[in-house]
Design a protein around this ligand. Structure first.
Ligand code: BGC
Length: 759
């Protein structure tokens, strides 16, 4: 429908109909208007499968939805670092939605993993905003290719589950821009999601739902968002101000209560009808975009989609440790599969994303007919209690085999939407099982099922560690293919695994005091902190092993110096030097060598996944623009690059930088300086023109260092560094104290005014 047609239609709607259009008809549908032929549109969770509910609707995944296909959760799909693969997954989800008549799937969920404790980390992508935004963009592209909308969520700064409906995330401007907004920004700008879901929490005191700065000034005006904003389920706080701030659709239905408030506000002149009309237009624009592009041929082929889920899972499993090349295992060897998750994998998280899987394949399902593999449950996961009989059986089987694979991880009760973890440990019964098995079986491998990092006290006692994350319903097949070498692992960690919770930068402040959560670590989230602190971590951001080896060579920059308006091309050759075909995630980090602002040591600004046959070489190229070098300047309220040298670092992980080159970037923007009597001479000296203007004062000589050589005790006490520092950090008003009356307050103030008057 064209804009004119939409407006004509809205012109025919009554005030009441328009107000009703701004809230759900029920739990999952937008409102319809029969007399005008306006259809309802269904929305459903997301993000890693379709949770279409009809009856007994709820938003916490309590009641059953239709049988569907559960793909790997966000924690895993991010680890694939494979945009094309996740776009493909999006296409499948889009097709499923078309077949089921769902107009918008509620995802992707891109909130930054500020702390490993967030109960919803399993749905989220990364501690790094570039990864989060790129992977979200890939999913959006796929779904929307099928003419189905997405709802990137939860906007904004919703990084904990604890008190999620009332807490206020207190975040400074620069941190919001560089970390929390940035996770959404690239995906919104480049991939244009049809909708955005605002979060429950407040941002610096104002609920996301009524945050005009976030929903309108930034999202619409700066980022050109042209879809509609819907509330998280129950996030509307104050309907009329929310509408004004830019929240178009309230979900679910408020039973008409809030619609009435809108009608009254318009009638009483407190809300311009044009604001309401604009909201209705934005909602209907999407409703018709779906309606007019329905694909009647779409089918929800669950078995076929299960295979896609398996393909995705293969690239979400990260090989973390492989001592003595214990993996891949020999298919003919006697192997003990141990742990409940071998036959009943934990493959998804709890809450609104919970999928009613049409089937689940466990690792055991895939090997049980081989004849050489035994199975022992080892632990129960309903309670963290050692079951001595299960433990003894597991140890016996491990002893009798050539290798033991323990399928361990976090039970559902440990991580879910709605609450945060209180520690980073695995259940004690599992830690004990791993220790006891490793004590009798030197070839022990642990396969982990978890949505967020765990502490691994046993890491040095086992030869192999495989992070399977929450791999979706087809995870067993993918695990077996990786364990036995049919598939070469190629995923990398999209987050750091600290040794212990206390190492995490948010540890001191997470989960806040009451409703106030201060993000005091600022931009130093994840590796940005660990790198700056030179702190060892269990496994670093970007890390993951392969069964083959890759060599990097020939790093080239298109030029040695650029202005902040230019792009820089970077290319590097990657060669598979091993015997097995494999995929490598080539990572590009940018490091500002010298900066007047406090910045991370390095930040990820590019990644590409390449597939290489043995012996094959491919050239990987990246294009970097201003943003790759910039930080958020709070004077300019804009991205800014300081002139100087930057390092372009190519790495296999954030801690394994293999090649480095340098580029000089020149800024074209002058950051305005406001001079006052408190401005130091050192700061004036940075501005040659200002120095010239100050020359008459300088001639007074009071600031000059050196002169007569000090002797004796004075020379010991007064070094030239000290004299220089005294001068550099002396405020301009020091002239009044030290010029012996030669400079007056009026003269000095006149000079400060003249400095500020320049353009
Ligand atoms: C969750 C959303 C979800 C919605 C609908 C809320 O509780 O936070 O992510 O899309 O419910 O189920």
């Amino acid at each position: 429908m064209t804009k004119d047609q939409l407006q004509e239609l809205i012109g025919k709607m009554t005030l009441e109909e328009k107000a009703a259009m701004c809230s759900g008809a029920d739990f999952w549908h937008t409102e319809s208007v029969e007399r005008l032929g306006i259809p309802a549109m269904m929305v459903s969770d997301g993000p890693h499968g379709l949770r279409k509910q009809d009856q007994k609707a709820d938003h916490l995944g309590v009641n059953d939805s239709i049988k569907a296909v559960c793909f790997p959760a966000g924690c895993g799909t991010a680890a694939s670092f494979n945009r094309e693969l996740i776009t493909k997954m999006g296409e499948v989800l889009g097709e499923e939605c078309q077949a089921e008549g769902v107009g918008v799937i509620l995802g992707p969920a891109v909130n930054i993993k500020r702390s490993p404790l967030c109960g919803r980390n399993f749905e989220y992508y990364s501690e790094d905003p570039y990864v989060a935004s790129e992977m979200a963009g890939a999913l959006i592209e796929g779904v929307q290719k099928k003419n189905v909308g997405t709802s990137i969520k939860h906007f904004l700064a919703n990084n904990q589950e604890h008190r999620r409906m009332s807490s206020s995330s207190e975040v400074d401007e620069r941190t919001l821009r560089e970390i929390y907004l940035a996770a959404f920004e690239g995906a919104v700008r480049k991939k244009k999601p049809w909708t955005v879901m605002c979060s429950y929490n407040r941002i610096n005191g104002t609920y996301a739902a009524e945050n005009k700065e976030v929903l309108t000034d930034i999202l619409r005006e700066e980022w050109d968002f042209d879809g509609f904003v819907m509330s998280d389920w129950g996030a509307v706080n104050n309907r009329v101000p929310d509408l004004y701030a830019g929240l178009e659709l309230e979900m679910p239905s408020s039973g008409g209560i809030n619609d009435k408030l809108i009608v009254e506000a318009v009638k009483e002149g407190r809300l311009e009808e044009a604001v309401l009309d604009r909201a209705v237009e934005r909602i209907l624009n999407i409703v018709y975009r779906f309606e007019e592009n329905r694909d009647k041929t779409a089918v929800f082929d669950r078995d076929k989609d299960h295979e896609t889920a398996r393909k995705v899972a293969e690239e979400t499993i990260v090989l973390l440790k492989n001592e003595g090349d214990i993996l891949p295992l020999d298919k003919k060897e006697k192997i003990a599969f141990i742990g409940k998750y071998a036959s009943k994998p934990r493959y998804q998280g709890g809450g609104s994303s919970h999928i009613n899987s049409h089937k689940v394949t466990s690792a055991w399902d895939c090997v049980k007919d081989w004849g050489n593999i035994t199975l022992a449950e080892g632990f129960r996961d309903e309670k963290d209690e050692i079951d001595e009989a299960l433990m003894a059986e597991a140890v016996e089987q491990a002893k009798a085999a050539g290798a033991a694979v323990i399928f361990a991880g976090l039970p559902d009760a440990f991580e879910s939407e709605g609450f945060d973890r209180s520690h980073m440990r695995m259940p004690e019964c599992q830690n004990e099982l791993i220790a006891r098995v490793a004590a009798v079986q030197p070839n022990t491998i642990v396969v982990l099922h978890n949505g967020s990092p765990v502490e691994m006290p046993w890491a040095d006692q086992v030869k192999g560690i495989v992070e399977a994350y929450l791999g979706g319903q087809a995870v067993g097949g993918a695990q077996v293919d990786i364990l036995f070498g049919k598939v070469n692992p190629s995923a990398k960690l999209p987050e750091s695994f600290p040794y212990k919770l206390e190492d995490n930068p948010s540890y001191l402040y997470y989960v806040g005091e009451g409703d106030r959560v201060e993000y005091r670590e600022g931009v130093f989230v994840g590796y940005r902190y660990y790198d700056k602190k030179k702190m060892d971590v269990r496994f670093p951001f970007g890390f993951g092993l392969s069964y083959t080896t890759f060599d990097y060579s020939d790093l080239k920059l298109s030029t040695e110096s650029i202005s902040d308006q230019d792009n820089l091309s970077v290319s590097v050759d990657v060669t598979n030097t091993g015997k097995m075909a494999g995929k490598e995630v080539v990572q590009l980090y940018v490091s500002d060598v010298e900066s007047t602002v406090i910045r991370p040591v390095q930040e990820l600004k590019g990644f590409e996944k390449v597939e290489l046959a043995p012996g094959e070489t491919k050239t990987v190229t990246f294009t970097l623009d201003k943003r790759a070098f910039a930080y958020w300047n709070t004077t300019l309220h804009d991205w800014h690059v300081e002139s100087g040298e930057f390092l372009i670092r190519i790495g296999k992980s954030s801690r394994d930088i293999v090649l480095e080159a340098s580029v000089n970037v020149t800024s074209t923007v002058r950051v305005p300086v406001r001079y006052t009597l408190d401005t130091t001479f050192g700061d004036v000296m940075k501005d040659p023109e200002a120095m010239e203007m100050m020359a008459p004062f300088m001639k007074l000589g009071i600031l000059e260092t050196g002169g007569e050589e000090e002797t004796g005790a004075a020379s010991e006490a007064i070094s030239s560094q000290m004299q220089e520092a005294m001068m550099r950090y002396m405020p301009l008003r020091g002239l009044l104290s030290f010029s012996g009356g030669a400079v007056t307050m009026e003269q000095l103030q006149g000079m400060v005014d003249a400095l500020n008057a320049r353009r």
